[in-house]
Ligand binder design. Structure first.
Ligand code: ATP
Ligand code: MG
Length: 372
């Protein structure tokens, strides 16, 4: 069981909490975790469009919806009415799934009320590259406050989190991407990618292959780890991606891309840039892809939906499937698909075809990667 990390001192723990959260909520009237989901017509969205965290009454309503991790602690003992386990001595699939869930829940067990949790920095499977950025709160007395859903998707849900220290007022905003354990497009499409990696335990390998609940949870964890690793490598290489803060189970915490008051940066697909900005964004895209190519990669699922525009700056997101264009025989195909999809968006917005040339960009990236 985790120890409480806030100091008790004179005030009771609850008093400190109440003061802190009262202030937070009172001060967050304009804290707009704006729905990053304006109707953008993305057919791949799977997006119910409920992600507006702006409504104070509704602020935490989405926090533990559906498949998202829940703060409710799981039962540890079987009730008399429960069906008997399928076997004795060996753990049933249900028991194993429950254990996995409990392992995730333990970080919030004994913690603050729903919508808040103790910082999970200390429990994380891994932290982002060092030196840590100045803005990042690593204080173990910090509390994570959830300000609602930024976006729900087929593969993951993204939440806005503030990690703050009640005593000092130090705080930062984070995006929490929680991979879903359910069956979905990406997991099916890339089944071979995961199954090709040998699992240390054959039981885990079988669970993944058979898509049991336990296996699906493992797959979701692997995607979180894969994206965390990709972001770390790319961030260190100067590619414009969010800083990966930590991963823990199926959750990846990263730098929040948006304004300090919690309005998420729009996706490129939502914008209608003027010609000068359009040309500048294409230029930034070229630079980012060439930098990726220099490290031997292409995004693998690039589109105007996986690019954020923060002010004037273009940021690449959604990178769990990063493709190695040198080692993967299909790498160059993935690269051409990436450049084609995104150049089509720029062409549709009126950029000169001589400039937004998908093949020329792909050739430049391949040359950078040393694949000719
Ligand atoms: N670091 C971040 N800062 C701000 N917003 C973010 C961040 N990461 C993701 N988002 C928002 O969440 C959305 C979904 O993120 P992402 O594309 O990584 O997940 P996904 O499950 O693949 O979603 P989709 O199926 O829509 O592609 C993004 O389009 C963006 O609006
Ligand atoms: Mg995406």
């Amino acid at each position: 069981m985790r120890k409480r990390k806030l100091k008790h001192d004179d005030d009771s723990f609850e008093d400190q909490f109440n003061d802190y959260f009262h202030n937070k909520i009172a001060n967050s009237g304009d804290g707009n975790a704006d729905d990053a989901d304006a109707d953008d017509g993305n057919p791949n969205d799977g997006n119910p469009g409920s992600g507006n965290a702006d409504d104070a009454d509704d602020r935490y309503a989405h926090a533990y919806d559906d498949d998202a991790p829940t703060s409710t602690r799981m039962r540890r003992f079987r009730d008399e009415d429960d069906p008997a386990p399928r076997s004795r001595g060996r753990m049933t699939e249900e028991a194993r799934a429950r254990l996995v869930q409990e392992r995730e829940d333990v970080v919030i067990a004994d913690g603050p009320p729903t919508g808040y949790r103790w910082t999970t920095w200390d429990d994380a499977g891994a932290h982002g590259p060092e030196p840590y950025p100045d803005w990042l709160v690593t204080n173990l007395g910090a509390v994570d406050t959830e300000f609602g859903v930024l976006k729900t998707g087929k593969e993951a849900d993204v939440f806005l989190i503030e990690r703050g220290v009640p005593d000092t007022g130090e705080s930062c905003l984070l995006a929490s991407k929680r991979y879903r354990s359910g069956d979905h497009r990406l997991f099916h499409r890339d089944a071979g990618y995961l199954e090709g990696r040998r699992s240390r335990k054959s039981r885990e390998g079988r669970a993944v292959a058979n898509r049991t609940d336990f296996g699906r949870n493992l797959i979701a964890q692997q995607w979180a780890i894969a994206e965390f690793a990709a972001l770390g490598e790319l961030w260190s290489g100067g590619v414009p991606v969010p800083y990966p803060v930590q991963h823990l189970g199926t959750e990846l915490l990263m730098e929040f891309i948006g304004t300090p008051d919690g309005a998420a940066a729009p996706r490129l697909a939502q914008l209608r840039p003027e010609p000068v900005q359009l040309a500048d964004l294409w230029h930034q895209l070229q630079e980012a892809l060439v930098l990726l190519g220099r490290r031997g990669y292409t995004h693998g699922d690039l589109s105007a939906y996986n690019l954020l525009v923060n002010g004037d700056e273009l940021i690449l997101i959604d990178l769990p499937q990063l493709v190695d264009i040198v080692a993967n025989p299909q790498g160059p195909e993935f690269l051409r698909r990436d450049t084609k999809r995104v150049s089509e968006w720029f062409l549709a917005r009126g950029l000169d075809p001589e400039v937004a040339d998908a093949d020329r960009l792909a050739d430049a990236v391949l040359e950078e990667a040393g694949v000719v």
